[in-house]
Design a protein around this ligand. Structure first.
Ligand SMILES: [Fe+2]
Length: 260
């Protein structure tokens, strides 16, 4: 496995992506959204691996996992016109099935193929399962960090553009409201990741993303989160009431500790 192999996979990804019919403007925006996300997650994965001292070969593997983690998103959208797994299909599982179907990982050692398939299949589980092998856990956590960091940015960008220009599936079909579910603040201050079933509005999803800090694994990921000011930006678009200001202080203290 080397950078040449990685370039070949990028070509495969491009060809696969081009099999989806993007003639409808809204469909195109949704496909582009996930393609751009893929590119950013790839970059995040490589950055985190390098900052964490992964070997050159491990960094290539991290890039491969990032590149392929959401390969199931395109078929998911094509079949169901949504990115909501709960009303369509588990896109991690679907992605791993696609890689097997097309024999995409051909030429890689079997154990390396297994790591990629594993990270693709499980990158979207609510919680990293206990008892994983060391290598599986290392790459799964890396891809989850890389993925979360970009989802953070994607959402912030999408809410800033006029509704008409947005990709329709980007905000998961959630209604926009000036309200939020206060129970979510309690969950975050309890240092728990917010389950998706507590989310009713776009604001709730902004709050949910803040709780992902408890599921970020690598210090390099915290550094990227901090450098990109993702927490401060997310908080700034929520109603500036006392609960949110209290939450801001709480999160500032938490991230300062994590960055030490
Ligand atoms: Fe993703």
């Amino acid at each position: 496995m080397n950078t040449e192999y990685l370039e070949g996979l990028k070509g495969w990804f491009e060809d696969y992506y081009n099999t989806f019919d993007a003639s409808d403007d809204d469909d195109r925006k949704n496909y582009v959204l996930k393609k751009e996300h893929t590119e950013e997650v790839y970059k995040n994965a490589v950055s985190i691996a390098m900052a964490e001292g992964f070997s050159a070969e491990e960094t290539v593997l991290a890039g491969i996992c990032g590149l392929l983690h959401d390969v199931g998103r395109f078929a998911q959208y094509s079949r169901y016109k949504t990115f909501k797994d709960s009303i369509s299909v588990n896109h991690g599982l679907l992605g791993s099935e696609i890689l097997l179907k097309y024999n995409t990982l051909m030429g890689l050692d079997k154990n390396v193929q297994d790591v990629v398939l594993f990270t693709v299949k499980y990158h979207n589980v609510f919680k990293v399962p206990d008892g994983l092998g060391k290598v599986e856990e290392r790459f799964l956590r890396l891809v989850r960090d890389a993925d979360k960091l970009d989802i953070w940015s994607v959402f912030l960008k999408q809410v800033e553009i006029p509704q008409k220009q947005r990709a329709s599936a980007a905000l998961l079909g959630l209604p926009e409201s000036s309200q939020y579910n206060p129970e979510i603040i309690t969950i975050i201050m309890d240092k728990q990741v917010v389950p998706l079933n507590r989310v009713i509005t776009v604001n709730d999803y902004h709050l949910l993303r803040l709780s992902w800090i408890y599921d970020l694994h690598y210090k390099a990921s915290f550094q990227l989160l901090f450098e990109r000011q993702l927490i401060a930006h997310t908080l700034s678009i929520l109603p500036q009431d006392n609960r949110i200001l209290e939450l801001r202080d709480f999160l500032n203290t938490y991230t300062a500790v994590m960055l030490k």
